[in-house]
Design a protein around this ligand. Structure first.
Ligand SMILES: C[S@@+](CC[C@H](N)C(=O)[O-])C[C@H]1O[C@@H](n2cnc3c(N)ncnc32)[C@H](O)[C@@H]1O
Length: 201
């Protein structure tokens, strides 16, 4: 898989990945990581967990991927074809404020996205998903009905809902991602957070 640090990209094979992950009990994947702020903040605060940020766009990752964190890694990949090297390793997935083909994949039950998430995650993995009104509107959905649709798709793919909550501007200010900050101070800060768990079936 293609890893990135600053302007440099480097292929990492499964053996090298296993070496990097050795000793970490939990592996967390942030899909659609954007500039990687969430991964860096989380890695600083949870030294026992290894954080992997994935995005299809390399430009936004140039700065944060240079941070020297022993428990963080950035990968350039598309949600429709998640790296084989990650298969079965991930204990928690976060998807914060997806847009474009990532949110479309969730809304439209794209088998490549859903199968990929299922493949990379271990049994009973958790998933946290934050959806915002603007991104859903761009895909042709209202906030509640779009969140309902994604919840249905994920439930059918074997992810059980644990909780669902509406987020407002003051909640978004506490979410450590760049997009959450933008939304918190923007014209439409409405969002929904879904927490799910991969069912044992
Ligand atoms: C609104 S930004 C949110 C970024 C970050 N999660 C945050 O909260 O600051 C959505 C991100 O999803 C990424 N994205 C969209 N479609 C994707 C796909 N198919 N595969 C991987 N990343 C994708 C975009 O490149 C972008 O960085």
């Amino acid at each position: 898989m293609e890893t990135i640090r600053g302007r440099r990209s480097r292929e990492m094979n499964a053996i090298e990945l296993q070496e990097a992950l050795a000793g970490f009990g939990n592996i967390s994947l942030d899909l659609g990581t954007g500039d990687g702020r969430f991964v860096c903040k989380s890695a600083e605060q949870n030294m026992k967990t290894f954080f992997i940020g994935i995005d299809s766009c390399r430009e936004n990752l140039r700065v944060n991927s240079q941070r020297k964190l022993s428990n963080a890694l950035f990968v350039i990949a598309n949600a429709q074809s998640l790296p084989r090297e990650l298969s079965g390793l991930v204990s928690s997935v976060s998807i914060n404020f997806p847009w474009g083909s990532l949110i479309e994949g969730l809304l439209n039950n794209d088998a490549h996205v859903l199968d990929g998430l299922s493949r990379v995650s271990c049994p009973r993995a958790g998933m946290d998903l934050c959806l915002n009104a603007d991104a859903l509107a761009s895909a042709g959905w209202a906030l509640d009905s779009g969140a309902n649709q994604i919840e249905r798709v994920l439930n059918a793919a074997g992810w059980e809902t644990r909780s669902r909550a509406g987020l407002e501007a003051r909640d978004l200010r506490d979410v450590p991602t760049t997009w959450a900050k933008r939304l918190a101070f923007g014209r439409d800060p409405r969002a929904i957070r879904l927490s799910l768990r991969k069912s044992s079936l």
